[in-house]
Design a binder for this molecule. Structure first.
Ligand code: ADP
Ligand code: MG
Length: 419
């Protein structure tokens, strides 16, 4: 139960307090370090990361927080009936979102094991060990206000928080890019998810009031200010996930590769709309449409970044709606629920709900891999909660499913500190 005083605290400080209190309760000694990893949302640039394109994500004000202490801080008194003493080479890991207390022998090489959620942590420990860094034994408590599996990258957030924790714990610090790549590898090898670099880069390099324009080929980033105080980012989770997703992703990747081969380029990043038009008659129609999405989306993303910087909101909104249409029609990774959410946002902004909400939504699109998950919108800040309520109400009326909506802002990247 959160008291009134806590309710007034901003979200992250409250979560950090919760992490330290839960740690102490769970392990019967206080934490020494705290690490945070933000989730992320992608404003535009979808399904282009594996085509060497540009993406425009931001870290969000929703986090994984880990409170931790060295095993040496354990004392005999901390042994209780529910938490017996463990050998000094065994690390203990708990999460408020998971039942099981996990024991990890951090003095030996990491292996994938049960429970699956701890593999994100094991994978990051493995990355440190691969660099010859000794990881000491610790106790750690994970708390989070990020939905798990909701497309906001709680996986990258837990990896980046873990990597930041291990940096401060071991005294070995790395560049943000190296840390993000270490975490991407953890996700590939320990969670067996073949993700691109966007999630970890956004969680590592997020900056308050900035978007991140990431070139997935060169791995160069530039921060794009999103400082207009009248604009807010609204995320609405459809709370559906259609099972097609795994096979659908692999199939899209291979169709993009086939299209690139047909166009004689190593990736679709190097093809233009003119190249595509010239090759249309020789291409499988489905591969042609996949390529049309990717090539146009890369262009929309760089244009949208420039439009955000110039505060040309009509152009940003147009790019977001076009991105959604392209993902729906050409890339075929949307679903009825995501399409409905986008149409509700557009309709509300056209005045279908009330005149007060006319022009309240700048743009809206599905975000993430698709087949369910979230839509992201840019909205007028003073109307944001009314828009969220109206979209949720109409969505539930049409589908019978309760959506989850929240307003967020670009946040700083992962970090850790001594308490
Ligand atoms: P997303 O990254 O979109 O949230 P993923 O399926 O990639 O979805 O990652 C979700 C997984 O990350 C969870 O199934 C769980 O294993 C792990 N995870 C996320 N948040 C937590 C948490 N608070 N505690 C423990 N594990 C977590
Ligand atoms: Mg993930």
């Amino acid at each position: 139960m959160i008291s009134d005083a806590q309710e007034r605290l901003p979200r992250l400080p409250r979560l950090i307090e919760q992490a330290t209190a839960t740690f102490t309760k769970r392990f019967a000694h206080p934490p020494k370090w705290v690490a945070i990893g933000p989730g992320r949302v992608n404003l535009i640039g979808e399904h282009v990361d594996y085509n060497d394109g540009f993406v425009l994500p931001m870290a969000i004000d929703r986090h994984i927080v880990i409170a931790a202490a060295p095993a040496s801080a354990r004392c005999a008194l901390s042994a209780t009936e529910s938490l017996p003493q463990v050998p000094s080479h065994i690390s203990r890991l708990a999460s408020d979102g998971q039942e099981q207390l996990v024991e990890i022998d951090t003095t030996s090489a990491m292996k994938r094991s049960d429970p699956a959620w701890a593999n994100y942590v094991r994978g990051v420990i493995a990355g440190f060990q691969d660099r010859g860094i000794t990881v000491p034994t610790f106790d750690a408590m994970v708390v989070s206000d990020l939905p798990m599996g909701g497309g906001l990258s709680s996986s990258a957030a837990i990896e980046m928080a873990t990597a930041s924790l291990l940096e401060i714990m071991t005294g070995h610090f790395m560049s943000l890019a190296e840390k993000a790549l270490l975490c991407q590898r953890a996700e590939h090898e320990f969670a067996r998810v073949p993700c691109g670099i966007m999630d970890q880069f956004a969680s590592a390099m997020g900056r308050r009031d900035h978007l991140l324009l990431l070139d997935c080929r060169s791995q160069q980033i530039s921060h794009v200010p999103l400082q207009d105080d009248s604009i807010a980012v609204l995320i609405v989770n459809s709370n559906v996930r259609h099972e097609l997703s795994d096979g659908g992703y692999a199939q899209r990747r291979s169709q993009c590769e086939q299209a690139a081969a047909m166009l004689g380029v190593s990736s679709l990043r190097d093809a233009t709309m003119a190249d595509l038009a010239a090759a249309e008659s020789q291409m499988e129609p489905v591969n042609y449409r996949r390529a049309r999405h990717v090539i146009s989306e890369i262009q929309r993303t760089t244009e949208a970044a420039a439009a955000v910087e110039a505060a040309q909101w009509d152009d940003v909104g147009k790019a977001m709606y076009e991105s959604h249409a392209s993902l729906r029609d050409d890339f075929e990774v949307s679903c009825a629920e995501l399409d409905l959410l986008v149409e509700l946002a557009r309709g509300i902004s056209e005045g279908q709900a009330s005149d007060v909400l006319r022009d309240s939504v700048i743009g809206c699109r599905m975000t993430g891999g698709g087949f369910g998950g979230c839509v992201v919108s840019l909205v007028k800040k003073h109307l944001a909660s009314k828009v969220a309520a109206e979209i949720s109400k109409r969505y539930e009326l049409k589908t019978g499913i309760a959506a989850t909506a929240f307003i967020t802002r670009p946040a700083d990247g992962a970090k850790a500190w001594l308490l």
